[in-house]
Design a protein around this ligand. Structure first.
Ligand code: CP3
Length: 344
């Protein structure tokens, strides 16, 4: 039995003070992160340097005492392990070789051929499971197939995921081959993270909101359902957090349709809406606007209390609605945590 607060929330326990962690909690808003990243050379070198990746994962735990640490890595390491070229153009975000034809797809590796590339990530997880404080939960993660596919198909981030939608409509067979390979690869990748010591896994579907209706069911719900079912078959009881960002009405029923233990909510929904429509089915995570980490002050205090209160009747993990931004002030993170834990 465990008394880790995150695991209790994931089992459905309602706690007086919800546990807290923060998306992108290791990141550029922290001077110690920027220093370690400079030591590593660049972002991808940091991801593949197990000692330094473990170090940046631990930095926000030491500074703020979050209840969970999230493995430091990136959702685009899986496409790289499948054979896509990947690089980060400074100030412009990720770049990858594109998938536009059967020949591009045929050049990729199989789902079982990813582990040589990803071995340093599993080593980071092993280091963390030794070094984290006993009360801190270790979260592993991967991108959801649709979100990863949007980057693989376009070769970059896009405002509207246009190239991925074009392939989905124009060459559905090829598109579905990409989704299936990513679904299978994600299962193997997360399986290894769990074997190495991840206690929870989170599936980031950052672009789920651009899938509507039947497409949302087929390419957001179904892959997350398959991944969750297979991981739970291999690792009974492993908790899974789903994040179909900006899913809107798609959030309703997401627990039962996919089998995830927790649904992470973004800022396109209010806490009251999330409590009434999603938390009624199980644990939710979220959803303070990350802009408060930049602006701070009384508005931050009021909003932390508001989010906590709105979700106080059910299982809740406090988090932001999306990642903290590089212009955030670490003092505001401390103020968020102090406010959340007041009257504990
Ligand atoms: O949350 C954490 O602290 C864990 C580590 C983590 C990173 N990326 C580190 C990172 C996680 C969970 C991710 C997930 C991720 N990566 C997502 C899904 C979540 C989301 O934000 O919607 C996506 C879409 C990516 C792809 C990605 N990685 C992009 C688009 C970018 C560039 C954007 C930017 O902020 O520059 C990255 C780079 C990245 N991943 C950084 C970090 C800390 C910044 C890299 C740097 O140090 O310059």
């Amino acid at each position: 039995m465990t008394d880790k607060t995150i695991l209790k929330a994931l089992k459905g326990e309602v706690q007086k003070v919800p546990p807290i962690w923060m998306m992108r909690q290791a990141g550029r808003y922290l001077p110690e992160y920027r220093a370690t990243r400079a030591e590593a050379g660049d972002f991808l070198s940091l991801c593949y340097n197990s000692d330094l990746a473990a170090e940046v994962t631990l930095q926000p735990i030491r500074r703020f005492g979050f209840d969970a640490a999230i493995l430091f890595a990136d959702i685009l390491l899986l496409p790289q392990a499948l054979g896509a070229d990947l690089w980060f153009a400074t100030g412009e975000g990720p770049r990858l070789s594109t998938i536009q034809s059967d020949a591009d797809f045929a050049a990729l590796k199989g789902k079982d051929d990813i582990h040589d590339t990803l071995a340093p990530v599993y080593e980071t997880v092993r280091i963390l499971s030794r070094e984290l404080p006993k009360e801190t939960t270790l979260i592993g993660f991967a991108g959801a197939p649709w979100t990863v596919a949007t980057y693989m198909i376009a070769g970059r981030g896009t405002p509207d995921q246009g190239p991925a939608h074009a392939l989905r409509e124009g060459n559905t067979a090829l598109f579905e081959k990409v989704i299936d390979l990513l679904t299978e690869g994600t299962i193997e990748y997360l399986d290894q993270q769990i074997q190495a010591g991840a206690e929870v896994v989170k599936i980031f579907d950052s672009w789920a909101g651009s899938l509507k209706g039947e497409a949302f069911e087929k390419y957001a719900v179904e892959p997350t359902r398959k991944i969750t079912a297979e991981l739970k078959a291999r690792h009974p009881g492993i908790p899974v957090i789903g994040f179909p960002r900006e899913a809107g009405e798609g959030y309703i029923g997401f627990h039962s349709k996919t089998g995830v233990d927790c649904v992470a909510l973004d800022n396109s929904v209010t806490p009251e809406w999330g409590a009434a429509n999603v938390q009624k089915d199980g644990c939710v995570q979220g959803n303070l606007a990350s802009s408060h980490m930049v602006t701070g002050g009384q508005a931050l205090i009021d909003e932390v209390r508001h989010v906590r209160e709105a979700f106080s009747k059910g299982p809740h993990i406090f988090n932001l609605g999306h990642g903290i931004t590089p212009d955030a002030d670490p003092e505001n993170v401390s103020l968020m945590i102090e406010t959340l834990r007041e009257n504990a």
